[in-house]
Structure formats: structure tokens, C-alpha cells
Design a protein around this ligand. Sequence first.
Ligand SMILES: CC(C)(COP(=O)(O)OP(=O)(O)OC[C@H]1O[C@@H](n2cnc3c(N)ncnc32)[C@H](O)[C@@H]1OP(=O)(O)O)[C@@H](O)C(=O)NCCC(=O)NCCS
Length: 169
Amino acid sequence: MEFSIRAAVLEDCKDIARMTKELSEYEKVTDQVTITQKDLEQDGFSKNPFFHGIIAEVPEQHRTKEGHVKIGYALYFYSYSSWKGRAIYMEDLYVMPEFRGKGIGKALMSKVAQLGMAAGCTQLNFTVLDWNKSSMDFYLSQGCFDVTGDMGYHCMRCDGEALERLAQP
Ligand SMILES: CC(C)(COP(=O)(O)OP(=O)(O)OC[C@H]1O[C@@H](n2cnc3c(N)ncnc32)[C@H](O)[C@@H]1OP(=O)(O)O)[C@@H](O)C(=O)NCCC(=O)NCCS
């Protein structure tokens, strides 16, 4: 199927918000999602963006029955490893169900890898839920490895009241 991948622009935030919601439904974490279209607009498209995005788009003739032509996306940002230097972090990778298995997810991830390499990054990092076997298999098929399993790293987080307490001077 014909599709194109391009950098996300401000006007894509409505569709990115829609697809982040779809992804959260797929990942069964909808109750945890507080992000809004406005947050995305502010955080991704102001002077010092916190993230960047790319969009997968299909021609009009392949639009969904709801009329969507923006059918996949990836969000990413740059990070740093004190061992290896520049790194790129892929926050989300998503393709709408009816467009999966057509090479679109691979093309999105490949674009994130290209952007990272062009910026001098030597690592592409991301997380995947332990039950999401199909996506884990997809990542393994792309040559990725499981940092938790192979190196013992766990993702850690501090948020809510604990973060507020921690941030007390
Ligand atoms: C994961 C996801 C992005 C993959 O996108 P996709 O468009 O379906 O995948 P593609 O068609 O690009 O697959 C590319 C390659 O991966 C392989 N692949 C895809 N799914 C696979 C699977 N479940 N097991 C093994 N290989 C798989 C394909 O065989 C293909 O290999 P090839 O290039 O050698 O032919 C998509 O399925 C998705 O959005 N899933 C739901 C959301 C999600 O889980 N996102 C990741 C959150 S961490």
C-alpha cells in the first residue's frame, strides 16, 4: 500500500492525540493518560520542544471509514548516555489496526533510526509492555534486544506526591 512518512507539524496534534488514545486503549492504560491536544501543541511545537514526531499518511483513497488519512505515528526525543553519548528515545510507535503488517511500522521506526544516526546517536531506546508479545516480536525482528532481560535494567519512575516531595528544597 502506498504511504508516506513526514515530520509532524502543529496541525497534526489532533490526530496524534487521537492515536495516543488508541495506543493507550491497546495497551490497556487509558486511565493513566492525561495528555491533551493542547499539551502536544505546546510541548512539541513551541520554541524548545520536548519531543518531535513523524506521521504516516495514506492517500485519500485509502482513508479509514471515519475519514482518517493520518494512520500512524512515532514520537521521539534526544537523550544522552554517559557510557555511549548521544541517544534517541522513541516514546511511541503506533499504526492503526487496519494498516498493520504493510511495512508502515517498520518505515516509521526506520525513520526514527535515520534521524538519530544523522544526529550522531549510537542508540535507539524505547520500552515495550511485557505482555505485548506481538510488538516485542516486531522489535526483535528489527534486530533490537531486551535491555531488562539481557542487562538487568528496570525502568524506574517518580511521579505524583513522591515527585513533589523529592523536589522539595
Ligand atoms: C508494532 C507495530 C507498530 C508494527 O507495525 P506494522 O506496520 O504492523 O509492522 P510492519 O508491517 O512494518 O512489520 C515490519 C516487519 O516486522 C515484522 N513483524 C511485524 N509484526 C511482527 C510480529 N508480531 N512478529 C514478528 N515479526 C513481526 C514483519 O514481518 C516485517 O518484517 P519484514 O520487514 O522482514 O517483512 C504495530 O503492529 C502497532 O501499532 N501495534 C500496536 C501498538 C503497539 O504495540 N505499539 C508499540 C508499543 S511499544
